[in-house]
Design a protein around this ligand. Structure first.
Ligand SMILES: *Cc1c(COP(=O)(O)O)cnc(C)c1O
Length: 408
């Protein structure tokens, strides 16, 4: 592989123009958009307008005049094509953690008599923390099982199966249609965490027969730090959906101020409190970066980037045997690659000091993300060069990499 060959791939990339939708700082190769998406070009202007005109001049009138009150649904409608669903099935709200609680609680309510929540051991920690807390107050049991034991564990006591579609650490992707079919045959509802899939992989929630899903707004969707997430509910469940957090914003008529709770129609009832309009405005701008993007092309491009970076990294590992390339899982996988190194935290810190930004996950995983909208094939070459330099110079041993921040 040569840099010129990679430049030719960039020139032929049907998604290359999408990079102009982002403001990427010069001198940085950003391979961490799977943790925090970069700033879309449109975001500063839209947020400034929301602050200065909508809030500053419109004041409370903007709930109606600027459409603030409908923003969670409008953003949901924008996310819908990325999920392979219809606009009325998605709402932007709360964090992934809170949305998991709401939908897992709704699933328990929909399966009275079944008290087990099944989830995969080793999935993203907040998911099992939230489910354990819910199980405690709901008199349910959280059962964590290994990946290859999931279908066998679906039984008549199981109310709900919670799975991350793309695994945050390994990038492994579940066969969603097959899992949904197995769960449905056992009378079990599925709740998918799409945090590492939305905006990275082509999804088909309706065609694949999923029941419930949540996803993240600040990773591939580019909604900014702490952006709200989203919740999705298959239309067949809308009428009976009973979530445990009944807030006034999910009421059919919040401004009637009635004592009794009457849920709004469909996913609108998943709103809890007042939506954070400034954060929602930034999320809307992030979601809009996917306008007109064919997610099958995006998934294919990310897979090609992962494959080529794995080849470049294997060449480096041949020179520096402490470095191990974790091969991408066979078949579909997330838009990421993991390189392991016993001093991975320091090696990553040294790479970041050189402007190549990825992240680190214990115990030894350096994780690199390859979102399709702005990552270039030539970035792979330049990142590999930087990694070679870091390892060849031993600069990761420098004491300045002793001090580490809380966030990695
Ligand atoms: C990023 C991520 C989350 C984040 O949850 P928040 O509550 O929004 O912070 C949850 N689950 C998975 C699988 C994730 O990757």
């Amino acid at each position: 592989m040569t840099r010129d060959a990679l430049a030719a791939l960039d020139a032929a990339d049907p998604l290359r123009a999408a990079r102009d939708r982002f403001r990427l700082p010069p001198g940085v190769i950003y391979l961490d958009g799977n943790s925090l998406g970069p700033l879309p070009v449109a975001t500063p202007g839209l947020v400034a307008d929301a602050v200065e005109r909508q809030w500053g001049e419109g004041l409370i009138r903007s709930w109606n005049d600027a459409g603030w009150i409908d923003l969670p649904q409008r953003i949901g409608a924008g996310i819908a094509p990325l999920l392979g669903t219809t606009p009325d099935c998605v709402i932007a709200c709360d964090s992934v953690s809170v949305n998991l609680f709401k939908l897992a609680g709704a699933a328990l309510a929909a399966r009275p008599g079944r008290r087990v929540i099944l989830a995969e051991a080793g999935d993203f920690p907040t998911d099992s923390y939230i489910l354990a807390g819910l199980a405690r107050i709901a008199g349910a049991e959280l059962r964590l099982v290994a990946r290859d034991a999931i279908t066998a564990a679906l039984d008549a006591d199981t109310a709900l199966l919670v799975l991350a579609h793309a695994h945050y650490a390994t990038g492994a992707v579940h066969d969603m249609a097959a899992m949904n079919a197995a769960a449905r045959a056992a009378g079990v509802l599925t709740l998918w965490d799409l945090s590492h899939s939305t905006g990275a992989l082509a999804l088909a929630l309706d065609a694949d027969g999923a029941d419930l899903a949540v996803g993240c707004g600040y990773k591939y969707l580019g909604g900014g730090p702490g952006a709200p997430g989203f919740a999705w509910v298959a239309r067949r469940h809308h009428a009976d959906l009973q979530a445990p957090l009944q807030g006034w914003m999910g009421h059919a008529k919040p401004f009637d101020f009635t004592q009794d709770y009457t849920p709004a129609t469909g996913v609108a009832r998943l709103a809890v409190g007042t939506p954070p309009i400034l954060a929602m405005t930034a999320l809307a701008a992030g979601v809009a970066t996917f306008d007109g993007i064919d997610m099958a092309l995006a998934e294919a491009k990310s897979a090609a980037l992962v494959r080529r970076f794995a080849i470049l990294a294997a060449d480096i590992a041949a020179r520096f045997p402490a470095l191990v390339v974790e091969p991408p899982p066979p078949g579909r996988h997330g838009a990421q690659l993991v390189l392991r190194h016993p001093r991975g935290r320091r090696v990553m810190a040294a790479l970041i000091a050189r402007g190549v930004i990825g992240d680190f996950r214990p115990s030894d995983r350096m994780r690199f993300g390859f979102p399709a909208l702005y990552t270039r094939f030539t970035d792979l070459w330049d990142a590999a060069e930087a990694l070679t330099q870091v390892l060849a110079s031993d600069e990761w041993r420098d004491p300045r990499f002793d001090a580490l921040g809380v966030v990695s």
